[in-house]
Design a protein around this ligand. Structure first.
Ligand SMILES: NC(=O)c1ccc[n+]([C@@H]2O[C@H](COP(=O)([O-])OP(=O)(O)OC[C@H]3O[C@@H](n4cnc5c(N)ncnc54)[C@H](OP(=O)(O)O)[C@@H]3O)[C@@H](O)[C@H]2O)c1
Length: 305
């Protein structure tokens, strides 16, 4: 792997976007209750800072997340400043806020899903991911339907999340895939071994690293600020800078409900590692004894399809 010289700007398709991005899930009650007015302030602050690679999904808060992000994007010229991603696939009822954990990727469903996302966002997304591959529908049907949406101008780029290597390769034969969203952090490095990272690189697809802070578990590694030298990095910054340093083509998208932590995460782009430090961190990671699955069974069953 070549050394990453600048972790602040990352390539996606023919564009450069600022890294880290912003994962929107937390502002729709994913990890405890969020307050909409505070979340809007957070989103406005993100734009001011330059955190403009945003990630949403229709299922986050069953439509709530897209509406919230859309309301801030509708203010002034905000929309033109943000590269906006959303996802479809988990079936839910927007009225009741309920989902039954079913995944759909058929053409008819995709056509409805994009119209609903555009309505809630008040704009067309720049990047549209299939959240989970639907084993009942041929990947070719899903990705040719997405390619149609792209040609019609309803989406600009196509993404895929948590597929198997085989599905990724099949999808890339019928559509231009710009992004692969997968869990990747110092404690979840599966993509380095299961073929997804190598396949994405062969196909020129950018990796969007979700839960780069290990869903917050990795941010408590150090118990006291006195354990750091003056001007030292925080555990969150260390995680994000490490993920970003794994390739020009890897963009971490941490989530937070707090302006203070947004700023903490954004400052990770200033962290520079020497090759000795990267090797030292890699040795620590290789020595970790991580056990267990990333999700409970009802969620794991949708991964790697
Ligand atoms: N494609 C998929 O299937 C998929 C799955 C999961 C997530 N995602 C995307 O990835 C994004 C990020 O993943 P995630 O939210 O699951 O996990 P994450 O970014 O690894 O961690 C988020 C947690 O870390 C805490 N945190 C954030 N910054 C911190 C800091 N500087 N110091 C200490 N704690 C900090 C947050 O708490 P506070 O809010 O209190 O700051 C929150 O509880 C999501 O928002 C979503 O957009 C995609």
């Amino acid at each position: 792997m070549s050394e990453v010289t600048d972790i602040r700007l990352k390539k996606i398709a023919d564009l450069k976007v600022p890294s880290p991005g912003f994962g929107g899930m937390s502002v729709s009650n994913a990890y405890g209750k969020a307050d909409d007015e505070q979340s809007k302030e957070l989103l406005r602050h993100a734009i001011k800072l330059g955190v403009t690679f945003w990630d949403s999904a229709d299922i986050y808060g069953c439509g709530h997340n897209e509406k919230l992000l859309g309301s801030v994007l509708a203010e002034g010229d905000n929309r033109s400043k943000v590269f906006l991603a959303t996802k479809f696939g988990f079936v839910f009822d927007e009225e009741t806020g309920r989902g039954n954990d079913e995944v759909r990727g058929d053409r008819e469903y995709i056509r409805q899903a994009i119209e609903n996302s555009i309505r809630r966002l008040g704009t067309t997304p720049d990047l549209y991911y299939q959240h989970r591959v639907d084993p009942k529908t041929p990947v070719e049907e899903t990705y040719s339907a997405l390619e149609e949406l792209r040609k019609e101008g309803k989406i600009k780029h196509i993404g895929i999340s948590e597929p198997s290597v085989e599905s990724l390769k099949r999808a890339a034969k019928v559509a231009k895939i710009s992004a692969l969203q997968v869990e990747y952090s110092p404690w979840t490095t599966d993509i380095e071994r299961n073929g997804l990272l190598a396949t994405a690189r062969e196909l020129g697809i950018t990796i969007v690293a979700y839960s780069p802070l290990g869903r917050g578990f990795l941010t408590g590694r150090f118990k006291s600020p006195t354990e750091f030298e003056e001007g030292g990095v925080t555990p969150a910054q260390l995680c994000l800078a490490w993920v970003a340093a794994q390739g020009e083509d890897i963009i971490p998208i941490p989530g937070t409900k707090s302006i203070e932590r947004l700023e903490d995460n954004w400052a990770s782009r200033e962290v520079k590692f020497t090759s000795e430090e990267l090797k030292e961190i890699r040795d620590v990671i290789d020595g970790l004894n991580i056990a267990g699955e990333r999700y409970p069974d009802f969620r794991m069953k949708h991964i790697g399809k």
